[in-house]
Design a protein around this ligand. Structure first.
Ligand SMILES: NC(=O)C1=CN([C@@H]2O[C@H](COP(=O)(O)OP(=O)(O)OC[C@H]3O[C@@H](n4cnc5c(N)ncnc54)[C@H](O)[C@@H]3O)[C@@H](O)[C@H]2O)C=CC1
Ligand SMILES: O=C(O)[C@@H]1CCC=N1
Length: 281
């Protein structure tokens, strides 16, 4: 897809702490949009990942979190929830001296925990993006602590807006549901793609044909969902001829408990977010 050139959406450097999968998607999306990697710094202890980010996107890599964070106006914490406390504690002295806007993308970890671990008195934004950010088609839920002023909220939103739309959430408890729906959501579609491909092959299709058919079908359906002003059930009905092939498949899904299964899966993901907060406090 074509993403318009524009400057990075904030003034000053952005320090990514953690250069794994999600950081790569965000950095890739930001650099593709702005064509400006000079303001992006990344702390990542794994050399291959750090070198890969430098090679692919031109961003500066550091092996220590504090080295990347030094002087950066915005810190984007992209480490696993299980190491977030240790990373914040390590950065607390610098955070108190520098007072950056802190954005965390970690599942479950609350703004109160982050602010406490960083020494208190900071603007902290909890963001939940997803990996399609790499192609500029992500979506991010955002929640800010009360210390975050309007300019800082705008700064955080502008940064994430660069890789897809953003949605402010008023009640932080709902961020676990955002995580379960859109943060983890791409994986559900990839699982569906895997299952559809395997089923197509089981029905005799060559693997390459099954792959192409599934890929374009998911793209086409997602494009209809986003570009036509019609709800999913109406679009589904239009595919479903009475007594036809789609009806046969949809009835199999319904009698197999598809909706209840999706409900249970998203409830499990939401609950896991809460557990990650409690377990890593
Ligand atoms: N992968 C996804 O689709 C999404 C992930 N997230 C959140 O993003 C965070 C990162 O997830 P992933 O990128 O999937 O994990 P990941 O494991 O790929 O990346 C985390 C990176 O942090 C690095 N790291 C560990 N300790 C560090 C330290 N002290 N300083 C700097 N870097 C350090 C690790 O080497 C690793 O490369 C998690 O908190 C996750 O909940 C949020 C939205 C979507
Ligand atoms: O699986 C996880 O915990 C992270 C958060 C959302 C997507 N990946």
């Amino acid at each position: 897809m074509t993403i318009p050139d524009s400057p990075l959406p904030i003034a000053g450097a952005i320090a990514f702490i953690g250069g794994g999968n999600m950081a790569r998607s965000l950095i890739g999306g930001l650099v593709a949009r702005s064509r400006d990697a000079t303001a992006i710094r990344v702390a990542e202890p794994v050399v291959a990942l750090r070198d890969g980010l430098h090679r692919d996107f031109g961003v500066a890599g550091f092996d220590q979190a504090a080295a990347a964070a030094q002087g950066a106006a915005v810190w984007l914490l992209a480490v696993k929830p299980q190491v977030m406390r240790a990373v914040c504690t390590e950065l607390a002295t610098l955070a108190q001296a520098q007072r950056p806007v802190v954005i965390s993308i970690a599942a479950g970890i609350t703004v109160t925990q982050l602010e406490r671990w960083l020494g208190g008195g900071l603007a902290v934004v909890r963001a939940m993006p997803n990996t399609p950010a790499l192609l500029g088609v992500g979506i991010t839920g955002l929640y800010a602590n009360p210390r975050t002023d309007t300019a800082q909220r705008d700064q955080a939103a502008a940064l994430l807006d660069a890789v897809g739309p953003t949605v402010w959430i008023d009640d932080e408890a709902q961020m676990d549901a955002v995580t379960a729906v859109s943060g983890s959501g791409p994986a559900y579609l990839f699982l569906l793609a895997e299952a559809m491909q395997a089923a197509g092959i089981a029905q005799g299709l060559p693997p390459q044909a099954a792959r192409a058919l599934v890929q374009q079908t998911l793209l086409g359906a997602a494009t209809m969902l986003t570009q036509l002003d019609e709800p999913a059930d109406v679009l589904r009905t239009r595919v479903t001829s009475p007594g036809g092939t789609t009806q046969a498949a949809v009835e199999s899904f319904e009698t197999g408990g598809f909706r209840a299964l999706v409900d249970r899966a998203i409830a499990a993901a939401t609950e896991r977010g809460r557990q990650l907060s409690a377990a890593n406090d």
